[in-house]
Design a protein around this ligand. Structure first.
Ligand SMILES: Cc1cc2nc3c(=O)[nH]c(=O)nc-3n(C[C@H](O)[C@H](O)[C@H](O)COP(=O)(O)OP(=O)(O)OC[C@H]3O[C@@H](n4cnc5c(N)ncnc54)[C@H](O)[C@@H]3O)c2cc1C
Length: 330
């Protein structure tokens, strides 16, 4: 059974009151769920999708202990592990959070959920492509992630961007696509050296256009036509699909009364993942932690969950062990 169908059954009878609600089902949120459930908290994860950024990449080579699995596969394993401890997930978007005395109220559409503590693990949101005519494209024409390279077999693909994600996507697509054009607005690629050298080793079917931007998009019968503005000349390109990998935004403004936000929109946290509102914790890429990586987001999720358990227990005058070892399954 797929993870989504597995979860839908549970959501059918979903209650509204939880010890802990976690927003986001990426590496941080799902790890927080595993830790909280193992400590006995009644926990709900609410997320727009499964896996977050890690589900937008095929190649993950640096998650310790995991070899040869794609990003979506790894995140599916995170979810299965959380569900094995009794976790529940609701696929939806949280639009507001408020605190009334010691209870957090979370709005999801017209429904309100209650929690004793909340973990914000909603990561970063991909920046949308901005070009005239972009609205005519369907989600099949334009995507913000590469999940399944085989869907691009023998197609002509434009990848917009010049950072790690764009270059990784080009590498992953090279063996499948007919050809790949990277449309990069800067003089040079802005990716890690290891990716650049992998790109150099590729076959002839990947081309890079630097100092270039798409300014108009038209949908033809079987192709997508792109007017591309370069520093000295304009050109027209026809492709089958576009992937935009032009960075991510911190969408945290809606929480500015509850948390302190730094100048680039990240939530400021203490070393234990607490924020300025007691009972409200944050973890992973949405915070001001210095490096943005899956293993770090996962570890921060574990920290946030232990802190949330400690907070809830302290409200009841209990002392919480800060380790999580051994089997809790009967
Ligand atoms: C293309 C790409 C490749 C990468 N490759 C690697 C790699 O190889 N190795 C590595 O270590 N790291 C890699 N990273 C970085 C890594 O994926 C992130 O650092 C990590 O996954 C962040 O996890 P997170 O849980 O903090 O946030 P995210 O993964 O961003 O998850 C946030 C979740 O919250 C949900 N959400 C957002 N807003 C709301 C809301 N209001 N209500 C409900 N849900 C919401 C989102 O839908 C998402 O599911 C890569 C990133 C990208 C983009």
């Amino acid at each position: 059974m797929s993870s989504q169908s597995l979860c839908k059954q549970k959501v059918y009878n979903l209650e509204r009151k939880f010890n802990l609600i976690i927003i986001g089902a990426g590496a941080a949120g799902l790890t927080a769920g595993i830790y909280a459930l193992r400590k006995g908290l009644k926990t709900l994860v609410i997320s727009s999708d499964l896996g977050g950024q890690a589900s937008t990449t095929v190649t993950v080579e640096n998650y310790p202990g995991v070899i040869g699995q794609t990003g979506p596969q790894i995140m599916h394993n995170f979810l299965s592990q959380m569900i094995s401890f009794g976790g529940e997930i609701l696929y939806d978007k949280v639009s507001n959070i408020s605190k009334n005395e010691n209870i957090f109220l979370l709005n999801v559409g017209k429904v309100q959920y209650e929690a004793d503590a909340v973990i914000l693990a909603f990561g970063k949101t991909p920046k949308e492509l901005n070009a005239t005519g972009v609205d005519v494209l369907s989600t099949a024409d334009l995507s913000y992630a590469l999940v399944n390279p085989s869907e691009y077999k023998n197609l002509q693909v434009a990848i917009v961007g010049g950072g790690n994600s764009a270059v990784q996507y080009a590498i992953d697509l090279a063996a499948e696509a007919k050809n790949v054009v990277i449309i990069n607005r800067f003089d040079n690629l802005k990716c890690e050296k290891i990716l650049e050298s992998k790109l150099d080793d590729l076959e002839y079917n990947v081309k890079i256009i630097n100092k270039a931007e798409i300014f108009t998009i038209r949908k033809l019968a079987n192709k997508i036509q792109l007017d591309i503005q370069m520093s000295d000349i304009n050109t027209v390109l026809e492709v089958d699909k576009i992937i935009a990998a032009i960075g991510h935004l911190n969408q945290t403004g809606w929480l500015s009364e509850l948390v302190n936000i730094d100048k680039i929109g990240q939530i400021n946290i203490e070393p234990d993942c607490s924020t300025k509102t007691s009972g409200l914790f944050a973890a992973g890429d949405v915070t001001n932690i210095i490096y943005k990586q899956m293993v770090i987001a996962a570890a921060e999720g574990a920290k946030a969950a232990i802190s949330a358990v400690k907070y809830i227990d302290a409200q009841k005058g209990l002392h919480t062990p800060t380790i999580d070892w051994g089997s809790i399954k009967k």
